[in-house]
Design a protein around this ligand. Structure first.
Ligand code: MG
Length: 167
């Protein structure tokens, strides 16, 4: 895949893959088609697990200061802690929306569009939250990706039916 100037990712034409180009995804490198239905693709997705599980762990470790109050007590004692954290994720998504809507650049990382940085903020918060509550988000994500591959309601044929999902 390659990111084109309009911001969309598209499959590269045959023969143009460049291994040293960071815009060329591992997915392309593995040469799986987007509609591949093989078990081999499931195995590839499962192979992410050992690496993937380190990401929320590390992010949570880097942000442990978010998890204690001014007296040093664990904020998870509050039964509304989880929902408060979800609200903060909403907030980052809303900031991404405003950045996109107004075509803004980020104030902290001015080399990036604001929507890019706010999406990163949302991702950091999601992974941090999952780890804080011992949710194996790597496993859940991998299983959901595999499940989505075989969802009937996401096929082009089903979408074309009277009550199919339009988007
Ligand atoms: Mg933010």
């Amino acid at each position: 895949m390659q990111r084109y100037p309009d911001g969309l990712w598209r499959e590269l034409p045959e023969g143009e893959f460049q291994a040293d180009n960071p815009n060329h995804s591992l997915f392309y490198e593995m040469q799986f088609a987007a509609d591949d239905t093989s078990d081999q693709l499931n195995s590839f997705i499962e192979s992410w697990y050992e690496f993937f599980r380190q990401i929320p762990r590390t992010i949570h470790h880097l942000n442990l200061r978010w998890w204690t109050d001014s007296n040093g007590r664990d904020i998870r004692r509050n039964p509304y802690c989880f929902s408060n954290k979800l609200a903060l994720i909403h907030s980052e998504i809303s900031e991404a929306l405003e950045g996109d809507r107004k075509n803004l650049y980020d104030t902290h990382l001015p080399q990036f569009p604001m929507r890019d940085v706010e999406l990163a903020d949302a991702l950091i918060r999601i992974l941090d939250l999952a780890e804080a509550y011992n949710i194996d988000i790597a496993k859940a994500t991998i299983e959901k990706l595999k499940y989505n591959r075989r969802r009937e309601d996401h096929t082009a044929e089903h979408r074309a039916t009277a009550n199919g999902k339009k988007y």
